[in-house]
Each structure stands twice: as structure tokens, then as C-alpha cells.
Design a protein around this ligand. Structure first.
Ligand code: SF4
Length: 692
């Protein structure tokens, strides 16, 4: 009923990387409805989170005043009720809180580290990394991409020359074959999944590969439910068939790639028959999949965390890149490589330089030329030394090297692997500043808490999985004394001695354009007028290139590279004590560490209780009825929670969502890292499951 609201604002959904455009309907100071509008990624569609998951912004737990830890407060730990914090924190004015926050950071140089947020705008991400680099003279700044697609980006940069997707997911409309591997888009990228289903409905060959079954299986030509951790073996076997059966696009390989001979020789050892036992997939199916993809006129590959979150995550992505290259499936309509991004601005935050090894637009911190450019722009040359990543920063706290942190919109007390390690690090800091919209588990450890803005209260640009830079507009002001994140970071920077004079995010965007060629021909004014422009945009009227690298790759010689990948086992394999496999992920209704969606009334009502999924046969063996409780134990910890019967999970596996603090999945996960992307192996831990 359009009469039920008095204002309407066009912005972007705050949840996943699909980047659906929304119309936010407000009455007075409340959002009352959210509808999909005709954005380039969603064409009016929304999923349950985007449509119904908005009222968290009005939750009574919203932080509305700056808080300072009381003298004599209990020792830092998970001991603060987010609705009643008064025994641990006291309210403070902005002046006092900013002075206290900056006072504990200023002058500490390499003792300071920063975690920024993929939930903030591009401008806020840019300012955050600038603050750490310019203010403290090092690169110890990172964000949740490290737990997400860092390994995919490492492989893409290495072999293609660019970390972003080569084609929008909507290009599946022009494909006749598509692989979806290590991703569950129906739950995690639901609007993208609608395009995948339509593709299958019109006859496209959909190949789904995942150790866990999923709803997309119903639409798939092939569903390969392979053994967890066997990705590299399976992908090498598929490529082996293509090479052995003469299905390689030789013309493309010769014109556009390098190192094919090494790749071809490497694949000789991966006949499908030799990997059947390891992968759990019969040779005939592997051959059929290989033929379907190689013979497609236009094929795409989509992947998610099931590929990236392994100690061999970079190798997994190397295989997918090689598979596309050998079939010539990049750079034309209906072809491409597309890692499906998680957070609504993880692409943009990474582009903006919120990573320890790269300045904006992936300019290396070790390049003299790059640093000279920043010396001119910022008046301070960035350090020529890669910084520490998310999990390395926690190790550095334990080693006594990092003593103070500024955390904006991240929740490492829930999201880090082996999370007790991270929680102990947070407790050990001399000084922790947390900027967020709720008193998160991480804020429990803070000395100063700065109340920030939710996405529907922000003015700023965001970049989705499709490389579409979109304009986010505020539908409401932040509640109480909460303030915009860019403003808070700028105030801290000034108090730490930096001469910052920003008055609006558009000024930050203009500065970003000076060092980010990806934003060429994209202006703030244009985004205000057009809502979205895909980068690269070749002129002021070009809506942007949905497909890139048709005639050359952005590598020195213009060619993409084959990097052969050997099979590396998971870091921790099941044994007598921990005989099953734990894998973690999201579920449709809940977002990441749950701070937003567990406070969204509709979503919380649908999925209110911590749960895990086990095969019915496993539950029978344990003597636990569906809906009964189980205890999961790994070498790191134990959680007890409700067990759901789910035939999509193999009998020796358990799937555990990571949104529930009362049964935090990351108490259990293995912190072993992929050596290139430094991403933890969230998708494979050895676990013992018992009746509780
Ligand atoms: Fe939001 Fe993603 Fe759902 Fe779109 S698909 S409405 S961006 S959560």
C-alpha cells in the first residue's frame, strides 16, 4: 500500500555481493517496507533477506551514544549484554570518546593494526586504509576478504592479471553451459540463483559440483557431490579428459595464454579412473562433464567459499582458471570466470585498498613508482613492506607486536578461525577501538565503542560481484548520536595528527579517482544520475563493460597463464578420535556472524535456533532424533546444538552455520592457512559428533 509510507529512497541491499537495488519506504523515522527495483544485477528481484531483513536497524540494541569502558569493569571477555552494558561501559560525549579512542592509537606506529569493513562504502574503506597507512606508517590493514575470496583473488591476479570477475553473472543468459562449484547460490546469492535456474529452464547445461547437496541440484544436468577436499583432483581429471580427447581450443590457447605445455604435461597423471576413489565421482561422469563444458559454444564458471576456504584454495582457483582458458571460455558473451562475492561491498573494499599487500586498485605496496604517487597525494610514502593479514594480526597480538587495534564493522570474536585464539588476542590488547552499529562480540573487548551508521543510513558508493559501482543513498539519519563511518574515521585521523578536511563522501570519491583507473569515466554525479556504472567504463556514456579480456589480459605480455596445481590434502584429516568432517557456511536467513539478521524479526522468527545438519543415517547411528541435540568437538573446542536431518550432507559430514554465538562454529574451525591467499580452511576440520 503506497499510502503507508511518506518517502522512498533508492539504494542497495546491505547483505550479499549480488548488489540488488532496492526502494526503501519510510514513514517518519522508520523503514516500513523494502522493494526491489530495476538495478542491473537484480531487475526488480529480491530475496528474503533483502525484502524482509531490514528492521534490525531499529532494534533496541542499536548503539546511539559513544561508550567508554568503566574503570574497574570486569576483565575483558564475552560478558556484556548488548541490551544492558551499563555495568561495563559508560556513555561519553563524542569529544571525550574520540579523544580517548585516538589517545590510545596516536604515536604507536607499528603497534597499531586496523580491520575495516566490507559493509561500509567504498569511500569509507578508502579512508580506513588511508588512516592506517598514513597515520601509522605501515600496511597492517585488512578486512573480511581474507576469510572469503582472498585465495581466488590471488589466483586471478597471478594468472589473469585482475582480481575481479571477467563477466557479470547475468551473462549466463548468453551461455549454453555453466559450472557452479563450491557455491550454494540458492542460499547465499539467491537472486543470482534465479538467473541460473532460468538458464537451466531454457535448456542450458548446468553442472553443479559440491560436497554438499543443494537446491540447485534439481535444475542441474550433472550434480557431482564429490568428497570434501578433492577439488583439485576432480578439476585436474576434467581437464585431463579435455586435453586427451582433443577438445582444447588450440587457437585460443596459442593466441591468448602461456605455459600450456607445462599444464598439459601435468594433467597426464589425472586420468578420471585414477581419481575415482579420491573424488567419489565415477570416471564416466567426469568424462561427460568435461565434454559438455569443452564443447559448449559459451561456458561460464562460478565459484564460492567451497573453493576458496581451503589450504589449497588458490590451487582450486588456478584449476578453474585453467579449465576456462583451455576451452577458450573467457572474453566473449556467455563466457567467463566469476567468483561470487560474499559481502555487499567486498569487491569495492578490496578495490579501495583495504588489504595489506595492495594500495587501491591492487597497486603493489612494494612498487617504488606506486609509493611515489601516494607520497605526492598523501604527503607520506607508504611503507614498502606488505602488512599482516587478519589472522596474522591476531598472532602478532599474541607475540606482543600489535598492542592496539581499530576495528570497524568486523566481528573477529565470531568470524576468525579457532576463535578462542582471536578472543584471547582481543582481550590482551592495551587499547581496542570498535566502531559498529551493535555491541558485537568483538565490542565486548573494546575500550572505546563508537556508534556507527547502518547501510540504509549511508551516502556512498558500493561495488558488487559484477564490478557494478552503485550509489547507496541514506533513507534515514543514524539514530541518536550515531554518526556516519567516514566522519568517525576522519575525526580519529585528525586527532592522530592528520590534516584531513573531508566534508562529504563525494570528495573522497574524487580523491580515489586520482589513484584508481578502474573508476575512469565514473563520477559521483554520474552515479547519482544513473545509479550504477560497471567498471571498466570506456567513456562518459558507456554503462561499462560486462565482459572483459576479449583480446588481451592485463598482464605484461597480454596473455593469461596456466599454473598447474598438485593435489594437497586438507590440513587435518579425520582419525579415530575425530572421525567426521566439519564444514561451515551460511544459511539463507542469516548473515555472517548474525549481528544484523538475528535482530531482524522475520529472519530470526524463521531460523531462531543454532543448528547443524547431519545425514539421517548419522543421526540414527548416534541415536539422536531429528531436532535433538548433538555435541561437536574438534581439537579446538566443543559446541552443543540442535541437529537437523539433511540428506544433502554426506553421512560422514556435518554442516554448521557460523551465525550463532551460542554455538559458535569458529570455536571448532582449523586456522591452517592457504599459503598464497592466507585464507583459513573453514571448509574442512576433523570433528567428533556425539549425542548431547
Ligand atoms: Fe540482498 Fe543478496 Fe538477497 Fe539481493 S540476493 S536481496 S543483494 S541478500
Amino acid at each position: 500500500d503506497d499510502r503507508a509510507f511518506d518517502a522512498e529512497t533508492r539504494s542497495i541491499c546491505p547483505f550479499c555481493g549480488v548488489g540488488c537495488q532496492v526502494s526503501i519506504k519510510t514513514r517518519g523515522d522508520r523503514v516500513v517496507k523494502v522493494d526491489g527495483v530495476n538495478g542491473p544485477a537484480n531487475e526488480g528481484r529480491l530475496c528474503v533477506k533483502g525484502r524482509f531483513g531490514f528492521d534490525y536497524i531499529h532494534h533496541p540494541h542499536r548503539l546511539t551514544k559513544p561508550l567508554i569502558r568503566r574503570e574497574g569493569a570486569p576483565a575483558k571477555g564475552l560478558n556484556v549484554d548488548p541490551g544492558d552494558w551499563s555495568s561495563v561501559f559508560r556513555e561519553a560525549s563524542w569529544e571525550e570518546a574520540l579523544d580517548a579512542a585516538a589517545g590510545g592509537l596516536k604515536g604507536r606506529g607499528r603497534e597499531v593494526a586496523g580491520f575495516g569493513s566490507a559493509k561500509c562504502s567504498n569511500e569509507e574503506a578508502y579512508l580506513f586504509q588511508k588512516f592506517i597507512r598514513q597515520g601509522f606508517g605501515h600496511n597492517n590493514v585488512d578486512h573480511c576478504t581474507r576469510l572469503c575470496h582472498a585465495s581466488s583473488v590471488a589466483a586471478l591476479l597471478e594468472n589473469v592479471g585482475s582480481g575481479a570477475v571477467t563477466a557479470t553473472f547475468n551473462e549466463i543468459e548468453n551461455a549454453d553451459c555453466a559450472i557452479v562449484i563450491g557455491a550454494n547460490p540458492v542460499e547465499n546469492h539467491p537472486v543470482a540463483a534465479t538467473y541460473f535456474k532460468q538458464f537451466a529452464k531454457r535448456g542450458g547445461k548446468l553442472i553443479v559440483m559440491d560436497p554438499r547437496g543443494q537446491a540447485l541440484k534439481r535444475h542441474a544436468t550433472h550434480m557431482l557431490q564429490f568428497r570434501p577436499g578433492a577439488d583439485v583432483a576432480l578439476l585436474n581429471a576434467i581437464m585431463h579428459v579435455i586435453a586427451e580427447e582433443g577438445l582444447v581450443d588450440r587457437q585460443y590457447v596459442e593466441a591468448m595464454t602461456e605455459n600450456w605445455d607445462a599444464q598439459r604435461d601435468h594433467l597426464k597423471g589425472f586420468a578420471p579412473e585414477t581419481v575415482e576413489g579420491l573424488t567419489g565421482i565415477d570416471a564416466a561422469t567426469i568424462r561427460a562433464v568435461a565434454r559438455d563444458f569443452a564443447r559448449a559454444k559459451a561456458g561460464m564458471i562460478f565459484w564460492g567459499m567451497g573453493i576458496s576456504q581451503h589450504v589449497h584454495g588458490t590451487d582450486n582457483s588456478r584449476c578453474l582458471i585453467s579449465l576456462a582458458l583451455m576451452c577458450g571460455q573467457v572474453g566473449r558473451p556467455g563466457t567467463g570466470l566469476h567468483p561470487l562475492r560474499g559481502q555487499n561491498n567486498v569487491q569495492g573494499a578490496s578495490d579501495a585498498g583495504l588489504i595489506p599487500m595492495f594500495l587501491p586498485d591492487y597497486a603493489s605496496v612494494t612498487s617504488d613508482e606506486v609509493r611515489a604517487r601516494y607520497a605526492e597525494l598523501w604527503g607520506a610514502e607508504p611503507l614498502a613492506e606488505k602488512g599482516l593479514t587478519v589472522t596474522e594480526i591476531m598472532d602478532a597480538v599474541h607475540a606482543g607486536d600489535i598492542r592496539a587495534m581499530y576495528i570497524l564493522g568486523e566481528n573477529p570474536a565470531m568470524s576468525d578461525p579457532d576463535v578462542d585464539h582471536a578472543r584471547a588476542a582481543l582481550a590482551a590488547l592495551d587499547h581496542l577501538v570498535v566502531q559498529d552499529i551493535f555491541l558485537t562480540e568483538t565490542a565486548n573487548y573494546a575500550d572505546v565503542i563508537l556508534p556507527a551508521s547502518a547501510f540504509y543510513e549511508k551516502a556512498g558508493t558500493v561495488t558488487n560481484t559484477n564490478r557494478q559501482v552503485q550509489m547507496g543513498r541514506p533513507a534515514l539519519p543514524p539514530p541518536g548520536e550515531a554518526r556516519a563511518d567516514w566522519w568517525i574515521t576522519a575525526e580519529l585521523a585528525k586527532r592522530c595528527g592528520l590534516d584531513w578536511r573531508y566534508t562529504h563522501p563525494r570528495e573522497v570519491f574524487a580523491e580515489m579517482k586520482q589513484v584508481m583507473p578502474s573508476l575512469d569515466n565514473i563520477t559521483w554525479e554520474r552515479l547519482e544520475a544513473e545509479d550504477a556504472v560497471t567498471y571498466p567504463s570506456l567513456s562518459e556514456t558507456d554503462p561499462g563493460q560486462a565482459i572483459v579480456f576479449g583480446d588481451a589480459f592485463p598482464r605484461e605480455n597480454g596473455r593469461a597463464r596456466f599454473t598447474p596445481a598438485a593435489v594437497i590434502p586438507p590440513d587435518e584429516t579425520p582419525d579415530a578420535e575425530y572421525p567426521m568432517i566439519l564444514t561451515t557456511g551460511r544459511q539463507l536467513e542469516h548473515w555472517h556472524t548474525g549481528s544484523m539478521t538475528r535482530r531482524a524479526s522475520v529472519l530470526d522468527a524463521v531460523e531462531p535456533e543454532a543448528n547443524c545438519s547431519l545425514h539421517p543415517a548419522t543421526l540414527r547411528r548416534l541415536g539422536v532424533p531429528a531436532g535433538g541435540h548433538v555435541r561437536l568437538t574438534t581439537r579446538r573446542g566443543t559446541v552443543t546444538l540442535m541437529a537437523r536431518a539433511d540428506r544433502a550432507v554426506a553421512p560422514d559430514m556435518v554442516f554448521l552455520p557460523f551465525a550463532f554465538v551460542e554455538a559458535a562454529a569458529n570455536l571448532l574451525t582449523n586456522p591452517a592457512l592457504d599459503p598464497y591467499g592466507k585464507i583459513p580452511e573453514f571448509k574442512f576440520s576433523a570433528v567428533r559428533v556425539e549425542a548431547a
